[in-house]
Design a protein around this ligand. Structure first.
Ligand code: XMP
Length: 505
């Protein structure tokens, strides 16, 4: 299959580039910036994109690429840092700009292959301080802004293109035109990335790998592991064992609901209540990363024990998806959080290998695969729920009592949002570690502050707060305090991502 390689120089929007390309039905993969050039010479690689990143190309310590990249005869597109790097390696000049450009900017365009069909003036998203100030003679400048003399450039003969702005970010209104031009007019890619083909190929791949052996799947009931279950069940049928571990950090009644849903399927479904073990291990732990690591290793411990009980389980499967891997530090992008799912198997574990059939898919792609596999839409369209569950929505130490508070509050908040028809892509309650003084029924209280969060997002990489009306917020605050024991204040989180993340830990 034709593919575009996205070389990761550490920018936060790197995986968005790959998503935009796949949306145009061309397969794309993110690889570290220092990937062996031999790999890039593969005949299926039709073009290479160099991403943005936080460094300055003129500093000796910044990530670079071998100049030989110009000799492998593949179209190159640099974005932001990538554009500066390609210009710098071609003897252009890059230095710190007089002012930075962060946010929306207007470019004035001129005749260009890459920007063809774009308007004379276009709104784009900029995020840079360094600027390209000069280019070799055989390059042409194809757009500029008032503060950035070279906002894009190209060398058609050498097939080198660069944009200082980010076409992958939605704020660049016609960014997709740039990707279309690059993919189809410059790289001549065929539209070969299709879900039916993905499903067929994966099923064959799994059959070949597993043969007649047995697979244990960690099923959380979320969309990722449910789609993994459907795919594996198609490939290996009764050799699949789906184990649902209740870590005591699920939403209210969720354990029961998952059990009811999956008992209906023709799977070996096993449900394990391991909440006491998880609570014990998490006792006294307040560090978010430590919590994540403990939850992950406890999951593996319980799986391993269950596998021993079942006997002769050869493979362990899980619903890891592409963003889990990238956000856990696949390339050199800053590691923000260790996503539970990633990390693989401890060496002592007794499985022959790991199966992660969705590990190259983005969330929206997983949903599409789920639809193709006829999973019910109630499952496919569930809002995401993180593997570590309420453990990362309780700031500070996790206790049974705090879990109860969050479960009750979260249940009420979700029900009220639905009843009032407010739409958000992810919405939940979290518990802060702050206790404060209040007054209820003429008595002093000293209780926790609850936080509500609801966000609008289409990729979960960036998010905006859902603007809930003050009357609703007042209503929900009263309802929560009157019905949930242990809280006396309710905050609504109005922070975007970035600078915050969607979850609290
Ligand atoms: P953040 O908090 O990083 O979350 O903005 C982005 C999206 O990822 C979900 N999330 C996780 N999902 N395991 C998961 O399966 C995890 O460890 C994890 N941490 C965050 C989060 O709910 C949001 O949808």
């Amino acid at each position: 299959m034709d593919k575009i390689i996205v070389l990761d120089f550490g920018g936060q929007y790197n995986q968005l580039i790959a998503r935009r390309i796949r949306e145009l039905h061309v397969y794309s993969e993110v690889l570290p910036f220092n990937t062996d050039l031999e790999k890039l010479k593969d005949k299926n690689v039709k073009g290479i994109i160099l991403t943005g990143g936080p460094n300055s190309v003129y500093l000796p310590s910044s990530p670079k690429i071998d100049k030989m990249i110009f000799d492998i005869n593949k179209p190159l597109l640099g974005i932001c840092y990538g554009a500066q790097l390609l210009a710098y390696l071609s003897s252009g000049k890059v230095k710190q700009g007089a002012v930075g450009e962060y946010g929306s900017a207007i470019i004035t365009t001129s005749k260009s292959n890459l920007l063809s069909t774009m308007l004379d003036k276009e709104e784009v998203f900029m995020s840079h301080r360094d600027c390209i100030y000069s280019l070799p003679e055989d390059f042409i400048i194809t757009s500029s802004t008032k503060d950035c003399p070279i906002a894009s450039y190209e060398n058609i003969k050498k097939n080198i293109y660069g944009t200082q702005f980010h076409p992958e970010v939605k704020h660049t209104k016609h960014g997709n035109k740039i990707f279309k031009n690059f993919l189809f007019n410059i790289c001549h890619c065929k539209k070969e990335w299709k879900y039916d083909t993905f499903i067929e190929n994966k099923i064959e791949e799994i059959k070949e790998k597993v043969q007649n052996k047995k697979v244990l799947l960690g099923l959380s009931g979320g969309v990722d592991s449910s789609v993994t279950a459907a795919l594996l069940s198609k490939a290996i049928g009764k050799n699949l064992y789906c184990v649902f571990i209740d870590h005591g950090l699920m939403r209210k009644d969720e354990g029961k609901e998952i059990e009811e849903t999956f008992k209906k399927y023709d799977l070996n479904f096993i449900s394990i209540d391991a909440s006491s073990l998880f609570y014990d291990k998490l006792k006294g732990i307040i560090d978010p990363e430590m919590k994540r690591k403990i939850i992950e290793s406890t999951f593996l411990e319980v799986f391993e024990k269950e596998a021993k009980k079942l006997g002769e389980i050869d493979y362990f499967a899980q619903g890891t998806i592409y963003p889990d891997r990238i956000e856990s530090g696949l390339g050199i992008s800053a590691k923000i959080k260790s996503h539970h799912n990633v990390g693989g198997l401890p060496s002592k574990i007794n499985f022959q290998g790991i199966i992660e059939p969705l590990d190259m898919l983005f969330k929206d792609e997983v949903r599409k695969v789920g639809m193709k596999l006829n999973l019910p839409s109630s499952l496919i369209n569930r809002q995401p729920f993180p593997g570590p569950g309420l453990g990362i929505r309780i700031i500070g130490e996790i206790t049974k009592e705090k879990v109860k508070i969050v479960q009750e509050a979260d249940y009420i908040f979700r029900k009220e949002l639905k009843k009032n028809n407010y739409k958000a892509d992810q919405y939940f309650a979290a518990l802060s570690s702050m206790k404060s003084v209040g007054v209820m029924g003429d008595s002093r209280t000293y209780e926790y502050a609850l936080i509500l969060r609801a966000v609008q997002t289409d990729d979960f990489m960036t998010a905006k707060p859902t603007l809930l009306p003050p009357t609703f917020l007042e209503h929900i605050s009263d309802l929560l305090i009157n019905n949930v024991k242990g809280i006396n204040r309710v905050f609504y989180d109005y922070t975007s991502k970035p600078p915050a993340t969607i979850e609290f830990e």
